[in-house]
Design a binder for this molecule. Structure first.
Ligand code: GLU
Length: 380
């Protein structure tokens, strides 16, 4: 993750500063007031996304629209939002249509769409977080374009994100993206209600404090989706704390990426001190439940940004499960890093010091790429 290289909106186009971009679009952009998909607009956006791909930038799409599309097909009132049961039924119907729109649209540019439906729990529970994160990584490596939505048909009130803004921020974090782009129906964050005379667009937010929060009004919600500026600021908070920049831009024109990333129109929330914020997130969220001691060569490789491989582990202690936080110490016992273990303690003990080709037999299944992936590790 190289979010610290991003200081302005136009940097999001730079593949070195921003190798992986999450693009979130809301229901009101994708679905017209008649409940039909806005196919021409979508075709334009997909063309722009294909352009990013061709330039070497990977993208993950977070797409709403299932409830709005399904409600029209089922003839449900209030666009499917009268009750949770209606929304869930509408989402079941609409998600099929939504998936088809994306897979056909991307296929026209030779791109393969991959659907992932997530609930809040999938990204909050540590071991499921690792699963989602590993799947995203593999999909991106294989050249697919993940298209993500909340799994609305099973997500009940208590376990829902409810809006895809926060889902997009969490996805950005799980995927190790450099930036999250929220396509909205306004140009970005304004210093007061955008319909007031003299309201000014805030181009850059360095610190998301009370002054900034006070600028958000509920009136920016379009009525089709569930997010407004308030949920966008919550998303900005999640993303920037995890070291991921977030931008709110206007998606309503024909070429939204060109307008925002090309011309630099929108609001950019800077990552809260890059690696430091990520370290705070990983380092601060819980106490380590175990310790892995590594040899000198491995410690040096970690310092250069490598993932922790089993071959370098010389000692294992503690009682941890998959997804738990563990400390990594050098041979002198000094803590040098910490991160989320891909294996429970007994499996790390089994494969410690072993090469990849020896691990499958010891584990009884194909080993994961690392014991701790570098994206889930911070140096201390
Ligand atoms: N997941 C919902 C859908 O696909 C939309 C959530 C939102 O409005 O952000 O319809």
């Amino acid at each position: 993750m190289v979010a610290h290289l991003i200081g302005k909106l136009t940097d999001l186009r730079d593949t070195r500063a921003c190798p992986l971009l999450v693009v979130k679009l809301g229901s009101s952009l994708l679905v017209g007031p008649d409940g039909q998909p806005r196919e021409a607009w979508l075709a334009g956006l997909v063309k722009e996304l294909a352009g990013l791909h061709a330039a070497g930038q990977k993208t993950i799409i977070v797409s709403s629209g299932a409830i709005a599309l399904g409600a029209a097909q089922l003839g449900l009132p209030e666009r499917g939002r009268r009750s949770l049961a209606d929304a869930q039924a509408a989402a079941s119907v609409g998600q099929i249509a939504l998936a088809r729109l994306w897979s056909e649209g991307l296929a026209r540019h030779g791109l393969v769409a991959a659907q992932m439906l997530l609930t809040l729990d999938d990204l909050e529970d540590r071991s499921r977080y690792l699963n989602a994160s590993a799947t995203l990584e593999r999909l991106l490596e294989a050249g697919a374009v993940p298209v993500i939505n909340e799994n609305d048909s099973v997500a009940t009130e208590e376990i829902r994100f409810g809006d895809n803004d926060r889902l997009a921020a969490r996805v950005g974090q799980a995927a190790g993206a450099s930036a999250v782009l929220l396509l909205s129906d306004v140009d970005g964050l304004f210093d007061r209600n955008p319909s007031d005379d003299g309201a000014k667009l805030v181009p850059i937010v360095e610190q998301l404090d009370e002054t900034i929060r006070a600028m958000a009004t509920a009136e920016t919600a379009s009525g089709l989706g569930s997010g407004g500026m308030v949920s966008k600021l919550q998303a900005a908070d999640i993303a920037t704390r995890a070291g991921v920049v977030l931008a709110i831009v206007n998606g309503t024109c024909d070429t939204p990426l060109d307008r925002s990333l090309g011309e630099g129109i929108g609001t950019l929330f800077l990552a809260q001190s890059g690696a430091g914020a990520r370290k705070g997130w990983l380092g601060g969220r819980m106490a380590p439940l175990g310790t892995l001691r590594v040899d000198a060569g491995c410690a040096e490789a970690l310092g250069k940004g490598a993932s922790l491989l089993a071959a370098g582990i010389v000692g294992v202690s503690g009682n941890f499960g998959r997804g738990d936080l563990v400390k990594i110490c050098n041979v002198k016992g000094q803590a040098i890093a910490q991160g989320l273990s891909e294996y429970p303690v007994h499996e790390v003990q089994a494969i410690a010091g072993k090469r990849a080709d020896e691990q499958a037999e010891l584990l009884g299944y194909a080993p994961r790429a690392a014991v701790i992936h570098r994206d889930h590790m911070v140096m201390l």
